[in-house]
Write a protein of this length. Structure first.
Ligand code: PA5
Length: 325
């Protein structure tokens, strides 16, 4: 599935997005492997008001600010995302949908909502390029992003993965996976683009390697978390591996934090390695970091002998909740 990632970005680059109203604000609704498209959109749009909403219903401010609501759900059936759409339509807000079909696909067709139907047959998290790419094209159509960076991103992902999964990201990920083996990953990144990539690392390790993983974001972690690693010593150092995600576009004040932060963290965690973003556009930089995390999660799954594809825990939980309805 990962081999198709560059093609997914290319697909999004050539997409003709549906008409959406030009908007001064966007509310991104979605959960999990679909919801991260909202985080990507917010990081790429940077100064534009793109708000990420991962949960039920509408935030109260939406009635006043009247954002364009973009709902992203690969299955089209996620109850939280559907509830946002129901409430947004009820409130008379503009709604656009990115889905692989399902109930949201049906609703969007019935109500003739602007919609992008993405190719199906993948796990939601493996449709990362389709979902984030389509979302960015909608946000571009709404006038909140000038350049999505999709072309550059496809080129960089192709280079990193290689034509036959023999690109430079593969041995880098293998080394990182070796350093993380038997440890809980703590992915440390600066605010903005790298923080979203770090969240993708965390969730990919969770779902593909079926392992715990956490993300920390600078500068916030310097105001609390560093204290938490100061006293347990080898009790945590043997079990936690820190990977830092770096970006040449990070500010000098942010860059100055990494070395002293790692010194603090090393009191209670091992340093597993560092990855630097490639490319110029925010999306290319984000994807160049994320793709290494995807590979690390797959290497960890391989080394642990687990199948990266199924997510039984999520499906069982969804079934239980549906039975309660
Ligand atoms: O990775 C997963 O399978 C989950 O995180 C799903 O993406 C999440 O449960 C939401 O489902 P959907 O992406 O179909 O809206």
């Amino acid at each position: 599935m990962l081999e198709t990632l560059a093609a997914q970005y290319r697909w999004a680059a050539t997409l003709s997005p549906p008409d959406v109203p030009r908007s001064s604000a966007v509310l991104m609704a979605g959960m999990g492997g679909s919801g991260i498209a909202g985080d990507v959109a917010a990081a790429v749009a940077n100064d534009a008001p793109v708000f990420v909403h991962k949960g039920y219903g509408l935030p109260r401010w939406a009635a006043r600010l009247r954002p364009l609501v973009i709902a992203v759900s690969y299955s089209g059936n996620t109850e939280e995302t559907r509830s946002v759409v129901d409430d947004a339509l009820e409130a008379g807000l503009d709604v656009a949908v990115v889905a692989g079909g399902g109930q949201l696909g049906v609703l969007a067709a019935e109500r003739d909502l602007p919609r992008v139907l993405v190719p199906t047959g993948l796990q939601p998290r493996a449709a990362f390029g389709y979902l984030s790419g389509a979302t960015l094209r909608l946000i571009e159509a709404a006038g909140l992003v000038d350049d999505t960076g999709l072309e550059e991103t496809a080129t960089i992902v192709t280079t990193l993965l290689g034509e036959a999964m023999d690109g430079p990201a593969v041995p880098l990920a293998d080394d990182l996976a070796e350093a993380l083996s038997g440890r809980i990953a703590l992915v440390l990144a600066g605010q903005g683009v790298p923080a979203v990539a770090a969240y993708r690392w965390k969730t990919q390790i969770n779902e593909n390697a079926k392992a715990p993983a956490f993300r920390s974001v600078l500068p916030e972690a310097d105001h609390n978390e560093i204290v938490g690693w100061s006293t347990w010593g080898s009790a945590t150092r043997n079990w936690v591996g820190v990977v830092t995600l770096r970006d040449r576009h990070e500010s000098s004040r942010l860059a100055a934090r990494f070395a002293p932060t790692l010194e603090q963290l090393e009191r209670g965690a091992s340093v597993a390695g560092e990855v630097w973003a490639q490319g110029d556009s925010p999306l290319a930089r984000l994807a160049s970091l994320a793709v290494v995390g995807d590979l690390v999660s797959l290497a960890l799954a391989r080394d642990a002998g687990v199948d990266p594809v199924p997510v039984d825990a999520i499906e069982a939980l969804k079934r239980r909740l549906t039975e309660q309805l």
